[in-house]
Design a protein around this ligand. Structure first.
Ligand code: ADP
Ligand code: MG
Length: 252
């Protein structure tokens, strides 16, 4: 059975997309057949994996135009890694979904048909707690919450945790937090260390042992349409996401 994991935090710029792309690539590299779903209209996961890829249908067509998820998924340049791309059409999807029956279950129903074709399906969520994110929560087995090791890191987290609790109580009982991931960590600053401590106080053993360092290579890779795994395989960022993939496999 494939595992569906959403990468979620309603704040923008916390490392969701960087984590989705690079964790997906590392899982694939370990031999797990992996699908990354880009659920953000900004399409950053899509462009971050665009090297040598031709796009056809996208997530909008799957959710609102009855396209098949399998048919919309494209093979990326990374072995065993597929992508269900996003497009700007998705920007209007929230409003269109709002009027549909069983509107929280659209993605879940679409993924039911393909869940067993992959070992892992990761969903890169948009920066909001709207209907698209709700669809991701209802479709997922678990979630990873990236937290940027910066000031205001914990802001909004209690709202996110409450949303997850409501969804697991009312719509998807198996949903749970797989782990909390500290991103853009700079061990030389007191601020990063303080945030790490606070996050551990709040989430305890849910916090991944792996911490993602702030590195220039991680921020450069997307402009080449590649994950860090192929862009800079020996870099600290690649090492960190490889370690994270081991923890994810162990925990799930
Ligand atoms: P989100 O998807 O949550 O909005 P992104 O993954 O797009 O966040 O990251 C926001 C910005 O920070 C991007 O420009 C990205 O390249 C950069 N970034 C993310 N993680 C790191 C990191 N570990 N080191 C350096 N830059 C990073
Ligand atoms: Mg993003």
């Amino acid at each position: 059975m494939g595992k569906i994991i959403s990468i979620i935090n309603q704040k923008g710029g916390v490392g969701k997309t960087t984590t989705a792309v690079n964790l997906a690539a590392e899982l694939a590299d370990k031999g797990h057949k992996t699908l990354l779903i880009d659920e953000d209209a900004q399409g950053n996961s899509t462009s971050g994996l665009s090297k040598d890829v031709k796009f056809g249908k996208d997530l909008y067509d799957v959710l609102l135009d009855d396209a098949d998820a399998k048919e919309a998924a494209v093979k990326t340049a990374v072995k065993k890694l597929w992508l269900l791309p996003s497009s700007i059409d998705l920007a209007g999807a929230e409003i269109e979904i709002a009027g549909l029956p069983e509107r929280e279950f659209l993605l879940r129903k679409k993924l039911a048909a393909i869940k067993d074709s992959y070992d892992y399906i990761l969903i890169d969520c948009p920066p909001s707690l709207g209907l698209l994110t709700l669809n991701a929560l209802v479709a997922s087995d678990s979630i990873i919450i990236p937290i940027q090791a910066e000031f205001y890191a914990l802001e909004g987290l209690s709202q996110l945790v409450k949303t997850v609790q409501v969804v697991s109580r009312k719509l998807n009982p198996s949903l749970h937090i797989l782990g909390i991931l500290l991103t853009m960590f700079d061990g030389r600053t007191n601020l990063s260390l303080q945030v790490a401590e606070e996050v551990k106080k709040y989430f305890g053993s849910k916090v991944f042992r792996t911490v993602i360092p702030r590195t220039v290579k991680l921020s450069e890779a997307p402009s080449f349409g590649e994950p860090i795994l192929t862009y800079a395989p020996k870099s600290k960022g690649a090492e960190a996401y490889k370690k994270l993939s081991r923890e994810v496999v162990r925990r799930d």
